[in-house]
Design a protein around this ligand. Sequence first.
Ligand SMILES: CC(C)(COP(=O)(O)OP(=O)(O)OC[C@H]1O[C@@H](n2cnc3c(N)ncnc32)[C@H](O)[C@@H]1OP(=O)(O)O)[C@@H](O)C(=O)NCCC(=O)NCCS
Length: 106
Amino acid sequence: MAGQIGYNRLDWENRTTEIGYWLAAEFQGRGLMTAACRKLIDYAFDELKMNRVEIRCAAANARSRAVPERLGFQQDGILRQAEWLHDTFVDLVIYSMLAEEWQRLR
Ligand SMILES: CC(C)(COP(=O)(O)OP(=O)(O)OC[C@H]1O[C@@H](n2cnc3c(N)ncnc32)[C@H](O)[C@@H]1OP(=O)(O)O)[C@@H](O)C(=O)NCCC(=O)NCCS
């Protein structure tokens, strides 16, 4: 198993979903997660009819943040100390992509 990706949350009322992911160390650095995200984003907009896809990353997690940035997501803001990670609270950066933006990028 190389890693995992999925929809952490499906908010049908507001047609918003959030993608979460991780990759085992030996599978990093090949573009696999960026490609996998692209598929889930396509599916979210085309099949699930979502309007907004979010990716939330720990502020200090540069590799995780690089994924939405590579895909053209916009940074919406920072949720201060929003996640308990290991032994401390960390800030989360929220990135988003809208259906109309993804349509343009494709
Ligand atoms: C976050 C995580 C999945 C990112 O992994 P990643 O390997 O950097 O991401 P990708 O699979 O998209 O690969 C991108 C890398 O492959 C390279 N790459 C090679 N071919 C590529 C291609 N065709 N397309 C895109 N990138 C490519 C990129 O340059 C980039 O490498 P770089 O960072 O050295 O520049 C991984 O670091 C991880 O699982 N970390 C631990 C868990 C975690 O932090 N999860 C997220 C919680 S919010």
